[in-house]
Design a protein around this ligand. Structure first.
Ligand SMILES: [Zn+2]
Length: 395
């Protein structure tokens, strides 16, 4: 394979063509749609060892270059699945056509995040073949990020840990930039938990309320209490945690019946002051107070979408900031905005930073990405790897 005469041509993968090829794979979450297979074939051809780590029907790909080498291990995480297209009539292009018009590539997943995956794969193929590092490069991809599946990136990390594979640092290729490529990276995201409350009193005739115990005043008082106390004031890198009441339900069709139960749902976004356990403890101090005050019982159930992820600013974020600045001319700010990402499965394994394109049209109709930005992102990823492996001892 290593023809000394023309190593560049052999290992030059066009990230725009690769993005287009991936957009043409129909990967509405959690469909594999041929995307991971395409990447597996491409990466294998250029020296990566690839294996599928599917779990419970969720497709995942683990690719590594440099197995058996000493030195450090640098990882990239991304996803090939996309959110549904909605009504195809709302699109002015074929959502899976990957049409390029005036330097813009259109299609579902073009921003989130097939371009990120393509840019890194192309950068890594050039890097490991042209300037082989003393270390390993891992590409860990899932086909089910958008569903929030516990069998996606989490399964890959668990497989790595069970097999004694340890990455030293990871980057995630989600779109993180705000207005133009390179203006922002993410070092954290707030956690998200949904809490379901059920207040149970005693049903009765509304004409004889003394014989019943109406759960509604208890719920109203409880919810008011949540609204009055701020969870926190924010932290150095995070906005304040927030609590939103998303529904209140009694489902009582009768005019003269005090209901036995009523329900409410809370959507809570929490920063690095909290864990999901602490949030649930905080909720239950409120519910216990309401139980005592009103003589009702309050049960809670919850769904954890993701813990808060946070890698404090340090060597990795500085290296990424420096590399982005060198390639794009602007120094990215470190943000913690947005919903959850798969970085939440990685940050306990090793430091992780998210760096990618602008996300202006992600999840929208006519999702698109600029061809110039895809090429710029490949350059950014290439420089991150060169600086990383060239900085032995500094990071
Ligand atoms: Zn994404």
């Amino acid at each position: 394979m290593n023809n000394m005469a023309e190593p560049r041509a052999q290992h030059a993968v066009d990230p725009v063509e690769l993005t287009a090829d991936l957009v043409r794979c129909q990967t509405v979450t959690p469909e594999e749609g041929g995307a991971l297979e395409l990447l597996s074939a491409l990466l294998s051809e250029h020296g990566f060892q690839c294996q599928r780590i599917d779990r419970k029907g969720i497709p995942n790909l683990y690719a590594v270059w440099g197995e058996g080498r000493s030195g450090r291990t640098f990882g990239f995480n991304g996803h090939t699945d996309v959110v549904p297209i909605g009504d195809p009539k709302d699109w002015t292009v074929d959502p899976f056509g990957a049409e390029i018009r005036d330097g813009i590539l259109y299609g579902r997943g073009s921003t989130d995040m097939k371009s990120g995956v393509a840019a890194f794969a192309a950068a890594a193929i050039s890097f490991v073949n042209e300037t082989p590092p003393d270390g390993r490069v891992i590409i860990a991809l899932t086909g089910a990020e958008e569903t929030g599946s516990p069998d996606g990136t989490r399964a890959i990390v668990q497989w790595m840990e069970a097999n004694d594979v340890r990455a030293d640092h990871f980057i995630v290729g989600e779109p993180t930039s705000l207005k133009s490529i390179g203006d922002a990276i993410k070092i954290g995201r707030r956690g998200t938990i949904t809490v379901f409350l059920t207040v149970t009193g005693v049903q009765g005739h509304s004409g004889y309320p003394e014989k019943a115990n109406n759960p509604l005043p208890a719920l109203v008082d409880l919810l008011q209490g949540f609204g009055e106390t701020a969870m926190d004031e924010g932290t150095e890198y995070f906005a304040p945690s927030t609590l939103a009441i998303t529904t209140i339900d009694t489902g009582n069709p009768a005019r003269n019946v005090i209901p036995a139960t009523c329900k409410a749902t809370l959507s809570i976004r929490f920063n690095d002051k909290w864990t999901s356990g602490k949030v649930l403890d905080w909720v239950s101090t409120h519910t216990r107070t309401a139980e005592e005050k009103f003589g009702v019982t309050i049960s809670t159930d919850h769904h954890l979408s993701g813990e808060c992820f946070f890698t404090p600013p340090g060597a990795l974020s500085k290296l990424v900031q420096d590399a982005v600045e060198q390639e794009t001319g602007q120094r990215p700010q470190m943000t913690t905005l947005g919903g959850s990402s798969d970085a939440r499965h990685l940050f306990k394994h090793c430091p992780v930073v998210e760096v990618g394109l602008t996300g202006e049209t992600l999840h929208q109709v006519d999702e698109h990405v600029s061809v110039a930005e895809i090429n710029a992102l490949k350059s950014v990823y290439g420089r991150i790897m060169r600086d990383y492996f060239g900085s032995e001892g500094k990071i």
